[in-house]
Design a protein around this ligand. Sequence first.
Ligand SMILES: [Zn+2]
Length: 264
Amino acid sequence: MRLKEVARHLLPAPLYNGAEKVARKISWQLRYRGNTYYCPCCAQRSGSFKKFRSKSIDLERLKPQNSAVRCPICHSLPRHRIIAHYLSKNTLPQLTAGPFIFFAPEQALINYFKKADIHYQSADLFRKDVDLHISITDMPFEGGTISAIMCNHVLEHVDDYKKALREIARVLQPGGLFLFTVPMKSDLEKTIEDPTVTDPKERIKRFGRFDHLRLFGLDLLAVLRASGFSVDIIKGDELPAEIMPVTGPVDYDINWLFVCTKNS
Ligand SMILES: [Zn+2]
C-alpha cells in the first residue's frame, strides 16, 4: 500500500486533506524549482510553468508555444499575473477605500489580495463560496456608492453585457474603478455574438468555449466609453518577461487589463 493510501486510512479527513495539500505543494515546488519565472500572485519563483489543460475549450485555438503558462504553486494564468504585477506597482486608492466588489473571484487573485491586505466582498450569481449572491446586471446598491469592481472572464458569460456595463457605471462613485479582463481578439473589429447559438459545440466553435456567449473585439472600447468610463489598457508585452505575460493559453487570451475610471 502506498504511503498516501496508508495516510488516508489512518488520518481524520480534514487532517489528511491538509497534509495532502502541503505534500502536493512541496512536490510541485521540487518539480518546477528554479529562478527563471516569477509569479506576483503567490510571490514564488519557478524554473518553468505548468501546462494548461481544459476539455471545455476549442483546442484549435490553444497556442502550443504558450500552453505552459500556469504557475505550479498557485495555478495563476498570465492574466492573473498581469493584474497582480500592475496592482503591486500602482497605488489605486479606490481598491482600499471600499466598498470593493470582486465578481467570480479566482484563487490566484484571492491569494494576492490577502497578501496585499486589500479587502473586498466576493460576489457571484451561482457560486456558493461568496459573500454576495448577486447579478452583475442588477446589483442591490444605491447609485454612486461603490468604490471599485473587478471581474475577470465574466462578461462573456452574461446575457446582456452592455446592461452589465451600465449597471457597473451606475453603482460606482465618480472616479470609481472598474478592472476587468475578457476573452478578446485584437484583430477583431466587431464583437462576435449570436444569442440564437445555444448548442455547446457550436458555441465552442464560434466563441471558443461551451459557455461563452460572445468573443469580444475592439468595439468594446467604444461601448465602455459610451457607458461612462475613461479607459486605460495594460498590455502584457509591456511587462517583465519573468511573469510570462504572453497571449495564451488560448488565442483569445490576449490578456489586456482594462483599467476603467467612472467619469465624474
Ligand atoms: Zn503563483
